[in-house]
Design a protein around this ligand. Structure first.
Ligand SMILES: Nc1ncnc2c1ncn2[C@@H]1O[C@H](COP(=O)(O)OP(=O)(O)O)[C@@H](O)[C@H]1O
Ligand SMILES: [Mg+2]
Length: 253
């Protein structure tokens, strides 16, 4: 699960990491950010229908909670456990690299503010997900720590906290570290948009917060440009960095 302050690059890094991992695995991205809608375009796919529609639309929290078994069996489609590859075509879109994208739901499509039901559906999906050895799932989350406390993090194997050269992103990463530790999850800190001059300061600030940075991703003009144009994501230096990080951290072997 990729977490961190808004704008640190969670969506961009999720896509690039998915591309890297797709060299060795069948990779899926679960888009659990209920407000941002650019991911499909950056991945170069048609937006899939949101999973919340599959289970009959947005409901209140208590109702979703109480229907977990029922929802899990709907998502499973007669298999044992939920497998993303058996979802109906309209609920999953595949990129040219074979990365599958599934989207939980977007607040704006439902005209109301509260994202809690989406977080609960994310948790139900992840908790009931069954993966083969050659499958990996990356969860792209919303900004900050709203999902923390909704139990989503319980259902993942590890948390990547993204920081960028801002003090606030470090503070949030420290909170995420505490959550990961208390749940016994694997935890990594990746620093994004790092250029020569700020790197040393960032390392020092992270250390003061008790964080060791596991990898650095360079600031990459190609990314800025494709995000600005709203086109399929292009990247050179950042993609290279994420590739070496993925091997170094043994996310791919
Ligand atoms: N390595 C990078 N180099 C330059 N710009 C980046 C990099 N990573 C992300 N960005 C820029 O930061 C912006 C926010 O990224 P995004 O992935 O949407 O953040 P988040 O999902 O954390 O809110 C994007 O518009 C993108 O242009
Ligand atoms: Mg995002």
């Amino acid at each position: 699960m990729v977490c961190g302050k808004g704008g640190t690059g969670k969506t961009v890094v999720s896509i690039l990491l998915a591309k890297v991992l797709s060299e060795g695995y069948r990779v899926y991205i679960v888009d659990s950010d209920e407000s941002n809608i650019l991911l499909p375009r950056l991945l170069g796919v048609k937006p899939p229908k949101p999973l919340i529609d599959y289970i009959g639309g947005k409901r209140d929290e208590a109702e979703l909670e109480s229907r977990e078994l029922d929802i899990a069996s709907m998502l499973s489609r007669a298999e044992s456990g939920v497998r993303l590859r058996v979802l109906p075509d309209e609920y999953i879109s595949y990129s040219r690299d074979g990365v599958g994208l599934t989207v939980i739901g977007k607040v704006r499509e439902y005209g109301e503010g509260c994202a809690c039901p989406f977080n609960i559906l994310t948790r139900i999906l992840l908790r009931n997900l069954v993966l083969d050895n050659d499958e990996k799932v990356i969860v792209d989350t919303d900004a900050g720590i709203e999902h923390i406390g909704r139990g989503i993090e319980e259902a993942v194997d590890g948390i990547i906290a993204l920081i960028d050269p801002t003090a606030e992103s470090i503070e949030i990463a420290a909170l995420l570290r505490d959550v990961s530790l208390s749940l016994g999850k694997r935890f990594w800190v990746l620093a994004n948009k790092v250029d020569g001059r700020v790197k040393d300061i960032l390392v020092e600030k992270a250390e003061e917060a008790g964080l060791r940075i596991d990898g650095f991703i360079r600031f990459d003009e190609e990314i800025i440009e494709s995000c600005l144009l709203g086109e399929e994501l292009r990247s050179d230096s950042a993609l290279e960095d994420i590739k070496s990080i993925a091997y170094h951290l043994k996310l791919i072997e």
